[in-house]
Write a protein that binds this ligand. Structure first.
Ligand code: UDP
Ligand code: MG
Length: 331
């Protein structure tokens, strides 16, 4: 590592956050003074349509610690974080949201644990009281379902807010997959991981950028990406309906020979059975489709994102020319 590379990189994905950027920068500046050692801010504009990019340019011009990337369109939060990790050059890389729900003041605690020898320090929220109850309810049960089904242990109630050691970031950068569930990949690499608890603040300003459909897509991605149990589900459903049809035939035989009148008359029962089997088959095909669709996505091998503008930390150009090329190849 050349002497130039900063110790800390703070990676922040930004999508239409003009109302948060000034406050975010201010609070980060105060925290960066507390951190011993050089720090860089890597801001990723995920195709914002408001003044976010302009504000990022201004910060970059005024403060050499700030570099930014701008996507040619909206690629989504996970891809924005991925791009940030590709470009960050710090020994410890911190990922956080731009809306100040992840308090910058927690950074010294994350750093402390890293200095104690942990390669991944993730922030775990102790309460979500301030978010809508439906979101809280769904998130609560989803994390528990995922924990149950996933191949790796993905800690509950954690987001992408974390600190990762250079070694972990290099590994994540080397992972070619495009359906990126960073929390999962982060858990997958292993090493020494620990949690720091925090109280998740409400959004400082602006509206939620993670719409319900984006959250749902992320949830499906995480399940499909880290578990093969859904595939097995169709086998189980098939076995269950097979067992049921066997039971039904035995019943029919019994009624035919020993009961004075069979209760199985009329179309109703047939209709119900046809619909039931139709549902089982369609659900199975749907689940299969989720996996096949991802194979298709991977095989196409399109770049993860396209960049329209890069404002880079000038002092690092030398060191980054190597990693830049690999990032460019991906981009
Ligand atoms: N974000 C992004 N691209 C998107 C959606 C969100 O870069 O398509 C960013 C957003 O600007 C914020 C972070 O991801 O910094 C988290 O978004 P949000 O606060 O809407 O999600 P939540 O806090 O509800 O998980
Ligand atoms: Mg938020």
């Amino acid at each position: 590592m050349p002497i130039h590379s900063p110790i800390y990189s703070i990676v922040i994905p930004i999508y239409n956050e003009e109302a948060n950027i000034a406050q975010l920068y201010q609070r980060l500046c105060a925290v960066m003074q507390l951190l011993e050692g050089e720090t860089e801010l890597v801001l990723i504009d995920d195709g914002s349509r408001d003044r976010s990019l302009e504000m990022m340019r201004q910060l970059h011009l005024a403060d050499a610690r700030v570099s930014y990337l701008s996507f040619a369109r909206n690629f989504g939060h996970q891809i924005a974080v991925t791009a940030g990790l590709n470009f960050a050059s710090g020994q410890a890389v911190i990922v956080m949201d731009a809306d100040l729900q992840d308090p910058p003041e927690l950074l010294p605690q994350l750093v402390e644990r890293w200095r104690q020898g942990y390669q991944v320090v993730y922030a775990q929220r102790i309460q979500r009281q301030r978010e809508p109850w439906l979101k809280r309810f769904l998130a609560h049960w989803f994390y528990r379902l995922l924990r149950h089904l996933a191949d790796v242990e993905i800690p509950t109630d954690t987001g992408d807010f974390c600190l990762m050691d250079r070694r972990v970031v290099d590994l994540l950068n080397a992972m070619p997959e495009r359906n990126r569930y960073i929390r999962g990949l982060r858990a997958w690499v292993g090493y020494r991981q620990t949690a720091v608890q925090f109280d998740r603040a409400p959004r400082y300003a602006g509206s939620v950028k993670y719409t319900f459909s984006k959250s749902l897509a992320l949830a499906i991605n995480s399940l499909v990406g880290f578990s093969k149990v859904p595939l097995r589900l169709s086998t189980y459903l098939g076995l269950a309906s097979g067992a049921m049809s066997l039971l039904m035939s035995l019943l029919v035989l019994y009624w035919r020979f020993f009961a004075p009148r069979s209760p199985l008359t009329g179309y109703t029962i047939i209709t119900v059975v046809v619909f039931f089997l139709g549902a089982v088959q369609l659900i199975s095909i749907g689940i299969l489709g989720e996996y096949v669709g991802r194979i298709y996505e991977e095989i196409k091998g399109r770049p993860l994102y396209t960049l329209s503008e890069v404002g880079r930390f000038r002092a690092h150009d030398l060191h980054n020319s190597a990693s830049q090329t690999s990032a460019d190849q991906q981009a």
